[in-house]
Design a protein around this ligand. Structure first.
Ligand code: NAG
Length: 234
């Protein structure tokens, strides 16, 4: 700053004085040289300063870039977390909805009649649905499919008219026999019942099977029934 003002002033003084004295001109020339030396030192210092500023600038740029990178990574992590929370909320909603599970059905959709005897076992399809909260019981296939892991209670009442054929059925879980109801007498009517609490995994299938040579009766009074309820999830 000082140099900028000092140089023109010096030049002005010198140009005015040249006409008067030669010795003064020499002094002026020396002064100008001194000023120029100072100026070049000043310019050199300035250069160093500019270089330092450039380096600082580059450093700041690098820092900014890494900050931007960190920010982007943080944002991505937050997004992932938000997604996870969203999924958890959905899962909780599904679980809450799935906690309400109950079905009751009787064998015949309408009318009355015997089922069996057959020379092989068959799946009993309880077609008259009274309750099916949660739709885990399928009245077209007779299969109950667990939508959540938990303990379920099932009960079944199998009605029949006495004859040479017993009145019997068995509850199966994934094809494995769990509990059986069986009764046999030559005349009159009879009911065989049973019930079970089962720990089911998601997708486990429970259904009723009538044994070969057995005979079951049902009518509009709905004597032959199959029910299931979720007691609690696990
Ligand atoms: C259903 O069958 C039982 C036993 O045979 C009988 O007592 C009842 O009256 C029948 N119900 C109807 C609606 O036919």
């Amino acid at each position: 700053m000082e140099m900028k003002m000092f140089l023109p002033l010096l030049l002005l003084v010198c140009s005015v004085s040249t006409a008067e004295h030669l010795t003064k001109q020499q002094t002026c020339t020396q002064d100008i040289h001194a000023v120029l030396r100072k100026m070049s030192a000043w310019v050199a210092a300035l250069k160093v300063e500019v270089q330092q500023l450039q380096r600082d600038n580059e450093g700041m740029f690098t820092e900014l870039q890494s900050l931007r990178g960190a920010h982007a990574a943080e944002l991505a992590a937050v997004k992932v977390k938000a997604n996870m929370v969203g999924n958890q909320v959905e899962a909780l909603k599904r679980e809450r909805e799935a906690k309400h599970l109950a079905f009751s059905a009787s064998l015949l959709a309408s009318g009355q009649g015997h089922t069996g005897p057959f020379n092989t076992h068959i799946t009993l399809i309880f077609k008259h649905v009274v309750t099916n909260i949660g739709n885990a019981y399928n009245p077209n296939t007779g299969l109950f499919t667990a939508p959540v892991r938990g303990v379920y209670h099932f009960q079944f009442h199998i009605f029949g008219h006495g004859s040479k054929n017993p009145t019997s059925a068995v509850l199966l879980k994934n094809g494995e026999q769990i509990f059986t109801s069986w009764t046999s007498q030559p005349a009159r009517s009879q009911t065989a019942s049973n019930g079970v609490s089962l720990l089911l995994e998601i997708g486990d299938v429970v259904f009723m099977r009538m044994w070969a040579n057995s005979r079951i009766y049902d009518n509009q009074s709905h004597h032959t029934t199959f029910s299931g309820h979720l007691l609690f999830t696990m």
